[in-house]
Design a protein around this ligand. Sequence first.
Ligand SMILES: [Zn+2]
Length: 93
Amino acid sequence: MASLISCPHCGVRPKEEFSIRGDANLVRPAPDAGADVWFDYVYLRDNPRGRHSEYWHHASGCRRWLIVERDTVTHAVHGVRDAALAKLGGESA
Ligand SMILES: [Zn+2]
């Protein structure tokens, strides 16, 4: 596991301050999508090898949601960005 995460708001912090909250690439289905689509969205996850984007919550810091691009093999962190700003298109990794 990456030992240090560079929060865009707090600076470099130990990983223990953060909680991993899952795949940042998932797209929420439409409300009227079928049960099979919702089942996949809620319960099924890929187990990617290599670079992967994940939601991390800086629970012991600024309490912001971040998107951390991490290599699942080496645990190297390639980028950290604020999830809300990234969603608005205002920030890149
Ligand atoms: Zn922070």
